[in-house]
Write a protein that binds this ligand. Sequence first.
Ligand SMILES: C[S@@+](CC[C@H](N)C(=O)[O-])C[C@H]1O[C@@H](n2cnc3c(N)ncnc32)[C@H](O)[C@@H]1O
Length: 266
Amino acid sequence: MSFGLGHGREIDPGLGMVGVSDTELGPMPDDFLSNPGSGHVDPRGWFADPSRPFEIEIGSGKGTFLIQQADLEPETNFLGIEWAYEFYAYAADRIRRRREAGSLLNVRMLNTDATEFLRWRCPANIARVVHLYFSDPWPKTRHHKKRVIQHRFLAEAWRVLEPGGELRVVTDHDDLWAWDLAHFAQWALVDPERWLVESSRVPAPAMPDEVEKIRAKLPSPAFEMLAFDRPESAREGELVGTNFERKFREEGRGFHACVLKKRTGD
Ligand SMILES: C[S@@+](CC[C@H](N)C(=O)[O-])C[C@H]1O[C@@H](n2cnc3c(N)ncnc32)[C@H](O)[C@@H]1O
């Protein structure tokens, strides 16, 4: 499939370059199903200074948010995860060109499924923020399982976030937002006056037993749900300032947004 993004040259996914290489990621061990931590690799080690705060963006698209925010926060390491190769290559090439001018040394890109990466590759308590902006809505019922927000994903996001870390969500899509809220209501302190009216539009999806067992061991609720505060990189009048937001704003669409803050029960 072509997204019509062809420009720039192929990304060299070697050490020190923008794209995370297979060597850096390492192979999945044969026993990863029976020994879930065996595939973990600390992505903070993919940056020049692994001690800096670490943030993940899921579905970076053309990389606009990543580039703008990372430019303003050179002391934070950003990993953009994009599973569509052409978008991954497009964003990584934008970053590579900025690197040649001496900036954005704090950004890497990974070409994979972010939900699988969080589940099988990420150690616990490593990310200050997981950004999820304008996630694909997958409107057909039979495709809902492809949406990023699932009970399993929320369990993994909680695990990967540092204490007090944030999952930040923005979407234009009313049905996806109702789906998100129906999930969040089982994981977060949700103000019924403010949020639950919208979630009543879809039934709360059943939580798989294996995820319920994980949630039962977490603080209850696992997250606090907060209003979305705009990142510094957003322009006047924007919520977050991604490519999709700018396109949808021109079309006059409305937006939904929130922050889920990891609670640790302290
Ligand atoms: C609608 S676009 C939004 C792109 C960007 N965040 C923006 O707002 O402009 C959603 C992006 O998420 C990517 N994506 C969807 N699910 C993904 C997943 N599980 N892992 C990594 N990327 C994903 C898609 O390929 C697509 O580029």
